[in-house]
Write a protein that binds this ligand. Structure first.
Ligand code: AMP
Length: 399
C-alpha cells in the first residue's frame, strides 16, 4: 500500500497525517500527529498510530527540529519515512491567489511564487512555506505537492469574484474574493452526485462547510459559482471566533471612537468574535448545553448564526436558479442535528423538506436527510481535507 504524507504547517504548529488515498472519508488515517507550541519553552509532539496515542513534551525551537523529531517518533512506531513507501508529500497551502487553480509539484520557483503571495495571507503562507521547506529538506527524493485552499474558487464568474471597490486600487492590491475551504467544498460537491446517482455536469448545489471556520459555496457543473469567504477567511458566515460579514464601517468606527489599532481590530474580529464573542464559547456542544440551561446569550448567538446561514442559503438558491442538493459538512454540519433542522426550517414552499428521523441518525456515511418528496435533496457528507489532498497528490504524481 502506498501512502501520502499530508502536512498542514501553521505558525506555531505542524499537523500531519499518513493517508491512503484510496481510503474513504471516514476511515482513520494510518497515523496522525501534531507538533505544537513551536518556538515556546514547552512544546509537544503528539502522535496517534492506529488509534494509539503518544505524547512527548520538549522544547521545539523551530519547524525543522519539530518535523525531524516527529519523523523519528513515527519511525520508532514503524510508520516513519524510513519504513513506509510514501509516494508524495502533500502540503496544504492556504493562499494560491490568482496564480494557482490546480495542485502543483513544488520546486524552487513554486516556493517563490507562494512567497510572493504572503501579502494576501500574512499569517498562513509563511507558515505553510516553513513546512514545505523543511519537508523538502528532510525528504528531498519525494515529490512534494502544494494543494491550495483557494484553488477551487479561482474561476468563479467575475461578478461573484470581484468587489465593487475602486478598480485601480483593487488591481494594484489584488483585492478580490478568493474563497477558502476550497479543497473541502470541491471534495463534498464531488461526493453529492455519487450519493444521489446524478450526473455531476447537471447538478446545482449548495455546500456548507460548518466547522470552527465556516463557509458556503454555490456549485454548478462541478464549478464554483460563488462563495461566502472573501479576500480573507473572515468574511461570510458567523464562525467559532470570527464575525463573518459585518459592515466594514464598524472598523472605521472602532478606530475613531475606541482608538483601537488595526492589529487590535484584526484580533477582535478574527479571534474574539463569532459565537465565542457572543456567548463565551466557540464549541457548539458547549453552546448547546448553555442553551439547554436557559442562557440567553447562547440562544441569541445561535440565532444570529442560523440567521446568517439562512441568508447565504437563500441568496445561493437565487444565484443558482434551481438547487438539486444542499449539503452539510465539517464538525458542526456533520454532527449538529438542530443546526441542520433550523437552517432549513419552514422552506417547504421552496421544495426543501428535512425528514426529522433521517436527520437524527448518527452515521459516518454520506447520507440523505430530506424526505422522499423533497425536490431539493438535503445531505450530510463527511469532509476530509487530508484525504482530498492525498488524492490530489496521487492524481498529480501517479497519473
Ligand atoms: P472542524 O473545524 O470541522 O473540526 O469543527 C470543529 C467544531 O465542530 C467544534 O468547534 C464544534 O463546534 C463542532 N462539533 C464537533 N463535534 C460536534 C458535535 N458532536 N455536536 C455539535 N458540534 C460539534
Amino acid at each position: 500500500m502506498m501512502y501520502c504524507l499530508v502536512i498542514n504547517s501553521g505558525s506555531s504548529s505542524i499537523k500531519f497525517q499518513i493517508v491512503d488515498p484510496e481510503s474513504s472519508a471516514t476511515d482513520e488515517p494510518l497515523a496522525s500527529g501534531l507538533v505544537e507550541q513551536i518556538g515556546e519553552p514547552q512544546g509537544a509532539i503528539n502522535i496517534t498510530v492506529e488509534g494509539e496515542k503518544s505524547r512527548e513534551e520538549l522544547e521545539v525551537v523551530n519547524h525543522t527540529q519539530g518535523l525531524k523529531r516527529a519523523f523519528e517518533l513515527l519511525d520508532a512506531r514503524g510508520v516513519g519515512p524510513s519504513q513506509l513507501d510514501f509516494f508524495a508529500v502533500g502540503h496544504r497551502v492556504v493562499h494560491g491567489g490568482k496564480l494557482f487553480s490546480e495542485p502543483v509539484l513544488i520546486d524552487a520557483q513554486i516556493e517563490s511564487m507562494i512567497e510572493d503571495l504572503i501579502p494576501l495571507a500574512p499569517l498562513h503562507n509563511p507558515a505553510n512555506l516553513d513546512g514545505i521547506r523543511v519537508a523538502r529538506e528532510i525528504l528531498p527524493d519525494l515529490p512534494h505537492v502544494a494543494v491550495f485552499d483557494t484553488a477551487f474558487f479561482n474561476h468563479m464568474p467575475p461578478a461573484a469574484a470581484l468587489y465593487a471597490i475602486n478598480n485601480e486600487v483593487a488591481s494594484q492590491y489584488d483585492i478580490r474574493r478568493y474563497g477558502f475551504h476550497g479543497t473541502s467544498h470541491e471534495f463534498i460537491s464531488q461526493q453529492v452526485p455519487k450519493v444521489l446517482g446524478r450526473d455531476p455536469e447537471h447538478t446545482r448545489q449548495i455546500t456548507l462547510h460548518l466547522g470552527n471556520g465556516a463557509s458556503a459555496a454555490a456549485v454548478h457543473n462541478g464549478r464554483a459559482m460563488d462563495t461566502s469567504m472573501g479576500l480573507t477567511p473572515l468574511a461570510g458566515l458567523v464562525m467559532g471566533t470570527r464575525t463573518g460579514d459585518i459592515d466594514p464601517g464598524i472598523i472605521f468606527h472602532l478606530a475613531r471612537e475606541a482608538q483601537m489599532s488595526i492589529d487590535e481590530i484584526d484580533v477582535l474580529l478574527n479571534k474574539k468574535s463569532g459565537v465565542k464573542g457572543l456567548a463565551g464559547v466557540n464549541d457548539f456542544r458547549a453552546l448547546r448545553e448553555m442553551i439547554d440551561d436557559g442562557n440567553s446569550d447562547a440562544w441569541l448567538a445561535y440565532n444570529i448564526y442560523i440567521h446568517q446561514l439562512r441568508r447565504f442559503i437563500g441568496s445561493y438558491m437565487i444565484i443558482l436558479g434551481r438547487v438539486d442538493a444542499i449539503t452539510f459538512a465539517a464538525g458542526v454540519g456533520e454532527n449538529d442535528v438542530e443546526v441542520r433542522a433550523d437552517a432549513l426550517a419552514d422552506l417547504e414552499v421552496y421544495g426543501i423538506k428535512i425528514d426529522p428521523e433521517r436527520n437524527a441518525v448518527r452515521s459516518d456515511e454520506p447520507r440523505e436527510i430530506s424526505t422522499d418528496d423533497s425536490t431539493v435533496k438535503v445531505l450530510v457528507v463527511p469532509t476530509n481535507e487530508e484525504l482530498a489532498i492525498a488524492q490530489k497528490a496521487a492524481a498529480l504524481t501517479q497519473g
